[in-house]
Ligand binder design. Structure first.
Ligand code: S3P
Length: 198
């Protein structure tokens, strides 16, 4: 399946990537990988790319250089995707990427941005057995999740073209909704698209 032929893209045409933003544990990478099966676009992950490029774990970057340095790496990575005119990719992003204004601008330049939402309770459930997220390695992760989510809500909202509440939705239901909306969005590059194709 294809949203459009990759060969029709020109350097000046709007980029047709599908980008996933949302809080930690909302399934961004899982969804990107799942849509890769349907669309055959390469699925990439900003966290993984940063780890590969720096040859360091994110926990280590946070511990040694601090969050601000990590945010600058995220922005630089997005900028390099734009500079390479990267197109027709599924891009999963780290949950805090939207905290930087420059990153928010670049995300929208890269294509169709999907915000995956989940409740703090679901996020806690999905992240509690993992240890690779430095911000949640604390005494009261629920408090951190609730506070960060509230602080980031408006950034997610203003950066995204589509919002998906992941609760009670199966992966293929979510995928179908995204494909329909992305198709509509890419067919209306003048900005006349909306959350709904109808
Ligand atoms: C972060 C989310 C993580 C990772 C880093 C910081 C955040 O990515 O980028 O630990 O600030 O929300 P995931 O959303 O893929 O867990």
């Amino acid at each position: 399946m294809s949203l459009s032929s990759p060969s029709t893209a020109t350097p000046t045409a709007p980029l047709k990537n599908i980008i996933f933003i949302g809080f930690m544990g909302t399934g961004k990478s899982t969804l990107a990988r799942s849509l890769n099966q349907t669309l055959n676009y390469p699925a990439i992950d900003t966290d993984q790319l940063i780890e590969k490029q720096t040859q360091r774990k994110i926990t280590e970057i946070f511990a040694t250089d601090g969050e601000e340095t990590f945010r600058a790496m995220e922005t630089a990575l997005l900028q390099s995707m734009i500079d390479q005119n990267m197109d027709h990719h599924l891009i999963a992003t780290g949950g805090g990427i939207i905290t930087q204004q420059k990153s928010r601008e670049l995300l929208k330049e890269l294509g169709f941005v999907v915000w995956l939402r989940a409740t703090p309770e679901e996020v806690l459930k999905r992240t509690s057995h993992t240890s690779h997220r430095p911000l949640l390695q604390c005494e009261n992760p629920m408090e951190v999740i609730t506070d960060l989510m509230a602080a980031r809500e408006e950034f997610y909202r203003s950066t995204s073209h589509l919002t998906i509440d992941t609760k009670d939705l199966a992966l293929d239901e979510i995928s179908c909704g995204i494909l329909e909306s992305a198709r509509y969005h890419f067919a209306h590059p003048d900005g006349s698209s909306s959350d709904s194709p109808t």
